[in-house]
Design a protein around this ligand. Structure first.
Ligand code: DC
Length: 220
C-alpha cells in the first residue's frame, strides 16, 4: 500500500506521516530530505541554488542515499550522514530553489519510485500524489492557514534552541508556498483524486487518527 502526503511547508506532514507509518508498520519516506541534500551540496560548493547553470553540473558529483535505521530515515550525501545538517533555514530555502529545476526532480525520481515499489510506504513531499506515486491508494493534501503553520514552525525551531521572530517565520512560509506552488515544473497541487485536508483546527493526534481511518477504509 502507498500513502502520499503532500502539502505546503509547516502543515505537519513529516510528523504526521511518521506517526502513521509507525502505527501501520509502513516505511516513512521524507522526500524533502532529498531536495535538502542537494540544496546543502549547492551551498557548500558556493553555488546559487536557484541557478540551473550552476546546479545541474553538480548532479554528476552527488550521490544521495536514503537508509532506514530503526524506523528513522537517514540521508547520506556522498557517504556523509547529513540528516541533521539539512534542517537549517538556509538549507530549506536552498531546497525549495533547487526543487524548481527539472533535472533535479528527474535525478531524484527513480529513488523515490524504487523505495515505494519495494515497501509499504507513507511518503511525504510536494508531488507524491501527482507525479511520484500516481497510483497511491490514499492521497492527502495536508495544509493549514499560513499563520498556523508559521506558529508551529516557530515552536519546532524553538525546541531546537533556535529563536526566530514570528514575522520572519511567516515570511519564510509564505515565500516557500509561493515558490513550491508557482514553479513551472511539477508544482505543489492537489491531485485530482486527492483529499484536501486542512488541519488548522485539529491537533496532531486528531490529524493522525483521521488519516489512519481513511487509510484503513482504503485497505478494506
Ligand atoms: O518537505 P521539506 O520542507 O523538507 O521540503 C524542502 C523543499 O523541497 C520544499 O520547499 C520543496 C521541495 N520538495 C519538492 O519540491 N518535492 C518534494 N517531493 C519534496 C520537497
Amino acid at each position: 500500500m502507498k500513502i502520499a502526503i503532500d502539502g505546503p511547508a509547516g502543515a505537519g506532514k513529516s510528523a504526521t506521516a511518521k506517526a502513521i507509518a509507525k502505527e501501520m508498520n509502513f516505511i516513512y519516506v521524507d522526500t524533502g530530505a532529498l531536495y535538502r541534500g542537494i540544496g546543502l551540496y549547492a551551498i557548500r560548493k558556493g553555488k546559487n541554488p536557484a541557478s540551473i547553470e550552476e546546479v545541474v553540473p553538480l548532479l554528476a558529483e552527488i550521490k544521495i542515499e536514503m537508509r532506514h535505521e530503526e524506523g528513522e530515515q537517514h540521508i547520506f550525501l556522498n557517504g556523509e550522514d547529513v540528516s541533521d545538517k539539512i534542517r537549517t533555514e538556509s538549507v530549506s530555502a536552498a531546497a525549495s530553489a533547487v526543487s524548481a529545476i527539472p533535472a533535479v526532480r528527474d535525478f531524484l525520481f527513480d529513488m523515490q519510485r524504487d523505495i515505494a515499489e519495494k515497501n509499504d510506504v507513507v511518503m511525504d513531499g510536494r508531488d507524491i500524489g501527482t507525479v511520484v506515486l500516481p497510483d497511491a491508494q490514499l492521497k492527502i493534501f495536508l495544509t493549514a492557514k499560513p499563520e498556523v503553520r508559521a506558529e508551529r514552525r516557530m515552536k519546532q525551531l524553538a525546541e531546537k534552541g533556535i529563536e526566530t521572530p514570528f514575522d520572519d517565520v511567516l515570511v519564510d512560509v509564505i515565500q516557500r508556498d509561493y515558490n513550491d506552488t508557482n514553479r513551472d515544473f511539477r508544482p505543489l497541487r492537489l491531485a485530482d483524486d486527492g483529499i484536501l485536508f486542512d488541519n488548522s483546527e485539529l491537533n496532531f493526534e486528531e490529524t493522525v487518527e483521521k488519516i489512519i481511518s481513511l487509510a484503513k477504509e482504503r485497505m478494506a
